[in-house]
Design a protein around this ligand. Sequence first.
Ligand code: ATP
Length: 190
Amino acid sequence: MANLGVFGGTFDPPHIGHLILAQSACEQLNLDKIIIIPAGKQPHKSNLNISSGKARLEMLELAIAGDDRFEISDIELGSDDISYTYKTISRLRELYPENELYFLIGGDNISDIETWMKPEEIFGKAVVAAAMRPEYEPSGKFKNDIRLFNMPPIGLSSTEIRDMVKNKRSIKYLVPEKVENYIRKNKLYI
Ligand code: ATP
């Protein structure tokens, strides 16, 4: 029975924090594969300034190229409905009935997962695993249900990368080189 990681996000753009989280989870949770799911219409974020699904998908493909532990799913991008994590997890539960699912989140999501829609469905159908961050201690109703793994702290977000591009600062080494080239070629975030 394979262990599958499920890693969702906006990935606008994907950066080394995402890749190091996925790599750390893969190793410490013994995952055979991680399905990376770029978000469709999101309940938590305004979609106004988010790059197209196509651009985010293409950047992710470039970011993970050559690492066959990672694959990308367009399960959320392919739907016009708002993407709720509980629905995505339910769908994956049906698609992979034999596999253990590990839903991966960054430390900053530990405290707010409780506020997402139908968290009990997420916790009932997958192991929720979070990258440990000393400043984000699990608390609340699902406190003891969150599995923690370590990753070197990477103080970086996609928002910062977008701001850096806008301010003409270099993003070299913060995103894979092919992603950096894609951003430049497609004039994203300027
Ligand atoms: P934004 O700045 O646009 O909100 P982001 O960098 O937080 O983007 P998302 O695509 O929203 O990236 O994040 C997807 C997942 O990756 C989330 O679970 C988030 O917590 C996690 N994540 C993002 N950046 C990091 C980081 N530097 N370290 C650990 N986890 C991260």
